[in-house]
Design a protein around this ligand. Structure first.
Ligand SMILES: Cc1cc2nc3c(=O)[nH]c(=O)nc-3n(C[C@H](O)[C@H](O)[C@H](O)COP(=O)(O)OP(=O)(O)OC[C@H]3O[C@@H](n4cnc5c(N)ncnc54)[C@H](O)[C@@H]3O)c2cc1C
Length: 442
């Protein structure tokens, strides 16, 4: 099948990688200049890029119960094993970067905020089937905490959340693109609108596919407060003002929710696993990265402002991190970044499908946590339907009434036949075999 994907963020790259390995001819469009992560080291934002690059990559289904339901935790738990498989496959293909680590995570709280930790644990206990599926949090006393993570302040209350994990978000995004050579990556190309079987590409026009997938997150087509500039009009817009509330052309009212992270360099500070601090104002985490780096995040602000990190967020996040790991006092601030999480009104993910079109969006603050399970469900549905022998016109997407999986899914009514494939477009490959042949000939 020829599949066109709008957006090369977490979902777009994972889908492209996965679908091309399954033998589909995949083309991806994204306005980014290329597959690599944006530069580190500037104390401000670079050009707009996927939220997935900014994310710390925490895979923490239990700690997310702080602000999400059991279904998110369940999907997240499934995703942990899937990320491990993806990382193993990429390593087998020659990727040498660390992509995934699974040492559990820590949930910590200062005495005054103990209620918040108890609330998370109670949410787990009151979802009995979930509690049976996930490994139980282990309370750590002072000596157990000192043995496990000596850098942590001795007075904090702590729980080990076994088997929770982290993805090295920048390296994983890059690897998914670099190790998917059969995918046609169309960088610097923006999709202006999407309809069944057709992607409308800026400066190029409509491009036909058997199936199109819209995973543009906070869609950059619409005017948004980006670096104080409204792209469609070109005049200055004050930081903090919201852009368009209707992000997607279609029926998904996606909004951006601002999140800010700080990168610290602290040689000598040892941390084996991500730490989540239950804090009265922020959901603060400290995530160790290779090279003595620590990502401290993240604010959550109802604004579509992508301008640089505010003083208030920076002070609060770093003070919170320092209160948990006092040795961070001498850390150097090497990078700050702000980006927008794609969110729907209920802050839950949504998969919408109709013949010739699939949209997945609204991954909000759990995109890394949820993406593999959502992708696996979407691909399984596509494969199940395309295998049905009695159907003379196999539909690559589920029919009405099918495929309502654990996450929210909407299905349009049947009846629309798939658009005729267009073979004319230069660069759109036929079969994967033809693609491979053409690559080998260059
Ligand atoms: C500060 C911060 C911290 C986070 N931390 C975590 C975390 O620890 N764990 C976790 O699970 N999640 C985290 N997230 C959330 C996670 O990053 C998002 O949920 C996830 O990136 C959403 O994936 P996506 O593919 O839908 O969108 P994105 O990753 O944003 O990708 C969307 C892609 O679409 C492209 N695009 C946009 N417009 C167009 C267009 N018109 N045409 C073509 N392409 C277009 C963009 O360039 C981009 O590449 C965090 C997010 C932020 C901002």
């Amino acid at each position: 099948m020829r599949i066109g994907i709008a957006g090369a963020g977490v979902l777009g790259r994972l889908l492209a990688w996965r679908l091309s390995r399954a033998g589909h001819a995949v083309t991806v469009f994204d306005p980014a200049a290329g597959p690599a992560a944006p530069a580190i080291g500037q104390l401000g934002a670079a050009v707009p890029h996927a939220a997935g690059f900014t994310a710390a990559g925490m895979l923490s289904p239990v700690a997310e119960l702080d602000n999400a339901g059991p279904e998110i935790a369940r999907l997240g738990w499934r995703s942990l094993a899937l990320w491990r498989e993806v990382a193993d496959a990429l390593c087998a293909d020659g990727c040498t970067d660390p992509l995934f680590a699974q040492n559990g995570s820590l949930m910590v709280a200062h005495g005054a905020d103990l209620g918040a930790a108890r609330r998370v644990l109670a949410r787990l206990e009151t979802a009995p089937t979930l509690a049976a599926e996930l490994p139980a949090p282990q309370v750590l006393d002072r000596s157990a905490l000192a043995a496990l993570e000596p850098a942590l302040a001795p007075g904090v209350h702590a729980w080990l959340l076994p088997e929770e994990a982290q993805v090295m978000s920048r390296e994983m995004l890059t690897a998914l693109a670099v190790h998917a050579p059969l995918v046609e990556w169309c960088w610097g190309e923006r999709v202006t609108s999407v309809e069944s079987g057709v992607l409308h590409v800026a400066d190029e026009g409509p491009v036909d596919f058997d199936l199109v997938i819209d995973v543009r997150g906070v869609n950059l087509t619409h005017p948004r407060a980006a670096f104080g500039v409204t792209p469609s009009r070109g005049h200055l817009q004050r930081p903090g003002e919201a852009g368009s509330a209707q992000a997607l052309d279609g029926d998904m009212a996606v909004r951006g929710v601002r999140g800010e992270v700080i990168w610290l360099h602290a040689p000598g500070v040892k941390l084996q696993r991500p730490v989540r601090l239950l804090h009265p104002r922020h959901r603060v985490y400290i995530v160790p990265r290779p090279g003595d780096l620590f990502v401290v995040g993240a604010s959550e602000i109802e604004s579509e402002d992508r301008s640089p990190v505010s003083l208030r967020s920076a002070v609060e996040l770093m003070a919170a991190a320092h209160s948990v790991i006092p040795e961070l006092a001498e850390a150097r601030i090497v990078h700050m970044e702000a980006n927008l999480r794609p969110a729907l009104p209920d802050n839950e993910p949504l998969t919408h499908s109709e013949p010739g079109l699939l949209r997945i969006n609204g991954l909000f603050r759990h995109g890394w946590l949820l993406a593999p399970a959502l992708v696996e469900d979407a691909v399984a549905q596509m494969e199940a339907v395309s295998r049905a022998p009695e159907d003379p016109h196999p539909n690559p997407l589920p029919q009405a009434g099918e495929g309502v999986s654990r996450h929210r899914t909407t299905l349009a009514t049947e009846g629309t036949s798939l658009p005729r494939p267009s073979w004319e477009r230069a660069g759109v490959r036929g079969t994967p075999e033809q693609a491979l042949e053409s690559q080998q000939n260059h």
